[in-house]
Design a protein around this ligand. Structure first.
Ligand code: UGA
Length: 437
């Protein structure tokens, strides 16, 4: 099939590459000329395992092309996906101006004798599909035939390619049999379960799913505080709860809390949506509060152990909001580094992929030193904080770490290390919600 994806950001680019990989002809559109030129030259603007090979392979097979012209994308394509940003506004509600603009632009290039399915893939509030359809109808001077469909995306950064190639489910919300038949054809090669709903339900599924996952994280983080206060071990507690198949072990990893470009924004948006609809979802406010508290409680543990942070040399491993990505947006690790600097600590940080973007977007407070390796970061440090659980950090020679540190003290914000091993190696170790002496 011939498909168009408007917006070549995280969702758009990975979706486009995966659609091409299963044999569709895909035109990826972006209004950022520089990004389009980079993609045409084979330069991928984000780090995502497996993505570069996928893009390069499909570009050489002529199944994937890039352009900054919406017309060039929409004209040959039976199905047009919208994957543009839906950023938060100061009150938590969603800024839909990019969606609205793209809807007008698509309407402007539709042709009378061509039927098009316009699919919203961006995360949007319930009832956005109705507004997109109204907008296209109003700006569609040619009077072209079209349908609007909602098809939310569930990929996670760091494993976006496998998530897209082997999804748990595909949600398609629409009310036209013609559009649904085309959508099923798009997804046929993925052999995944398809759930067909109305547009409003599909839109709501996305916010409800992300909010539930965030709730699971905040739940285990709240339990971790009780573990910490009582001498229980949150890892064991999570195993014990997670073995119940009704609950499951996934997303029960206690840590510094959730971050990234999705959960904080989507939970705030769902709260705003519920308030606008007159049915405030207050439970989610507690989810947010627990998430903020989690970092504060960790800082308190650090302060208790180090007493005064001023002039302390502290190494931080990890800057990205999660491992296997270079994404540093809304990263708890970055917030933590900046909190330490505010209290006068000298921070030396290392991250396998996130340092360039942290530097480029000037996210780190002045004075933070970026080290060339995890070992260089700990040179002379009075404490090491693990903020993001990159696998590489688990493979660093801990005896060498201890040798290089001024005082062997480790604060493990993601419970990557085993407390017993750390003790045997001679570290003073503090995890999240874990027993220590
Ligand atoms: C999330 C969802 O998992 C995807 O299904 C969704 O498509 C995506 O948002 C989106 O809306 O676009 P993502 O933000 O990429 O994906 O990453 P996650 O793996 O969900 O992690 C989010 C945050 O939660 C990270 O900061 C991570 O460290 C934290 N987390 C995750 C925990 O603290 N504990 C856990 O057990 C799991």
């Amino acid at each position: 099939m011939n498909l168009c994806i408007i917006g070549s950001g995280y969702v758009g680019l990975v979706t486009g590459a995966c659609f091409a990989e299963v044999g569709h002809n895909v035109v990826c559109v972006d209004n950022d000329r520089r990004k389009v030129d980079a993609l045409k030259a084979g330069r991928i603007p984000i780090y995502e395992p497996g993505l570069e090979e996928l893009v390069l392979r499909n570009v050489s097979a002529h199944r994937l092309v890039f352009t900054d012209s919406i017309e060039e994308g929409v004209d040959p394509s039976q199905v047009v996906f919208i994957a543009v940003p839906t950023p938060p506004q100061p009150d938590g509600s969603v800024d839909l101006s990019f969606i609205e603009k793209v809807a007008r632009e698509i309407a402007g290039v539709l042709k009378k004798d061509q039927y098009r399915v316009i699919v919203d893939k961006s995360t949007v509030p319930v009832k956005t599909g109705e507004k997109v359809a109204d907008t296209i109808k109003r700006y569609n001077k040619a009077g072209a035939d079209f349908d609007v469909v909602s098809n939310p995306e569930f990929l996670r950064e760091g494993c976006a390619v496998p998530d897209l190639m082997k999804p748990d489910r595909i949600v398609i919300g629409g009310n036209s049999d013609r559009a649904l038949a085309l959508m099923k054809k798009v997804y046929e090669p993925f052999n995944a379960p398809i759930l067909v709903t109305d547009i409003n339900s599909a839109e709501l599924i996305k916010h409800a799913a992300n909010s539930f996952l965030a709730l699971k994280i905040s739940y285990i983080n709240a339990v971790s505080a009780i573990c910490q206060a009582s001498g229980a071990d949150v890892e064991k507690v999570a195993d014990g709860i997670g073995m119940d198949r009704r609950i499951g072990r996934n997303f029960l990893n206690a840590g510094l809390g959730y971050g990234g470009s999705c959960f904080p924004k989507d939970i705030a948006a769902f709260i705003a949506i519920s308030e606008q609809l007159g049915v405030p979802f207050t439970l989610l406010k507690e989810v947010q509060r627990i998430n903020v508290d989690q970092k504060e409680r960790f800082l308190k543990v650090i302060r208790e152990a180090l007493w005064v942070l001023r002039e302390k040399r502290i190494a931080v491993w990890g800057l990205t909001f999660k491992p296997d990505t270079d994404d540093v947006r809304c990263s708890v690790a970055i917030d933590l580094v900046n909190d330490l600097v505010k209290e006068g600590a000298h921070v030396s940080a290392y991250d396998p992929k996130g340092m360039e973007k942290a530097r480029e977007f000037k996210l780190l407070a002045e004075g933070v030193k970026l080290a060339d390796s995890p070992l260089e970061a700990v040179d002379g440090a009075e404490a090491l904080i693990l903020a993001t659980e990159w696998k590489d950090f688990g493979n660093v020679d801990l005896l060498e770490v201890k040798k290089r540190m001024h005082t062997p003290m480790v604060f493990d914000g993601r419970n990557l290390f085993d407390p017993e091993t750390m003790k045997e190696l001679g570290f003073t170790y503090r995890g999240i919600g874990r027993r220590h002496d």
